[in-house]
Design a binder for this molecule. Sequence first.
Ligand SMILES: Nc1ncnc2c1ncn2[C@@H]1O[C@H](COP(=O)(O)OP(=O)(O)OP(=O)(O)O)[C@@H](O)[C@H]1O
Ligand SMILES: [Mg+2]
Length: 432
Amino acid sequence: MVPPTMMEMWTTMGSTIASFMFVWAIIRQYCPYEVRRYFEKYTHRIMGFFYPYIKISIHEFTGDRLKRSEAYAAVEAYLSVNSSKSAKRLKAEMGKDSSNLVLSMDEYERVTDEFHGAKVWWVSSKVVSPTKSMSYYSEQEKRYYRLTFHKRYREIITETYLEHVVREGKEIRVRNRQRKLYTNSPGYKWPSYKQTMWSHIVFEHPATFETMALEPEKKLEIIEDLVTFSKSKEFYARIGKAWKRGYLLYGPPGTGKSTMIAAMANLLNYDVYDLELTAVKDNTELRKLLIETTSKSIIVIEDIDCSLDLTGERLIVFTTNYVEKLDPALIRRGRMDKHIELSYCSFKGFKVLAKNYLKVETHPMFDTIERLMNETKITPADVAENLMPKSSSDDVEKCLSSLIQALEEGKEEEAKKKADELKEDVVKENAD
Ligand SMILES: Nc1ncnc2c1ncn2[C@@H]1O[C@H](COP(=O)(O)OP(=O)(O)OP(=O)(O)O)[C@@H](O)[C@H]1O
Ligand SMILES: [Mg+2]
């Protein structure tokens, strides 16, 4: 079923309405007000009977015209996904971040959607109106989407469907947006017209939890923690706490702290703010920087000698190599809610890396590697470095041998260190 257009209506009922209009014109001219009211009421009813559809328009710009309507953007995103399957004429435009083409319905294209049995029609359209500005005369296009549905679905459409469209549209926008890596790079003098204190580049880091060398249980626990946080807007509001969560990642160099931050950002679709504290002049500047961070972001601080006040959907991740040197007041829960230790590579961790780097899940050389890994410590960074082919002739055996060699060297070095320490102790004891 397609809603009749004005044109179709006129052809099928043209004469009826024409007669009606004629009668109405006479009534308007000769009848007293009360009678006119009476007729007016019935005219609407009769029109409603012939054309029982409701239309809702969502305009691109509203109010002061400067800001694009959020509802329009959400509908656009919703329809870009739902209409590209059914619409025949689509328009492709560069996305806002000019990285990929975004498809949307072309002007005057009509698509249908169905929601709990209610059928609706969306049309993308525009009105061109002349505008007069101070210095020139131009034409302005006002784009809008129009939703049409049968009046018997009024309730479900206005109360549930529209909310569903906006919610899905917003989610699609979040998923599609290109994420950014912000830095408050030191030494850069901001031009006075520039309002923001952060500079940014596109955030493109391939790290995921899947590719991280980490105990599977630990991985799951962290993922669950992150996902719970990102879905807890209502919970935080109820308990009256700012919607933020502090993580402390600690461990020796090369154990994956920075990699994990990238994996977190990729998992939650957040932006990353890399806060370089040494570049911050004073508290006022720090506050200003933090106020300028957007929601859905991770703020990363490598030097953690400060406490921060923030609200909104943010993760704050602190990293350190020396957790034992930190002031306990600084790392108490509330400031840093979750402490995650990243440590030397386990055999399970090695297997993840072997799968990523060499595409092998088992190999006869794994036994030797497992034994050596139990005897000596190696960081995931060192494992990764050894598994990386150094020339085109390097095959799986070559890479695994290189790792075995590194493990054996590490083992020897540790043994030597221990022997030296022992010797020192003996010398000291003798001196006492
Ligand atoms: N757990 C891990 N899983 C997978 N790759 C890892 C892991 N840890 C380290 N790597 C590899 O080693 C490199 C260095 O790791 P990363 O920069 O994350 O270490 P870090 O803990 O941040 O070190 P630092 O304390 O020096 O900042 C990464 O680019 C990655 O390739
Ligand atoms: Mg790091």
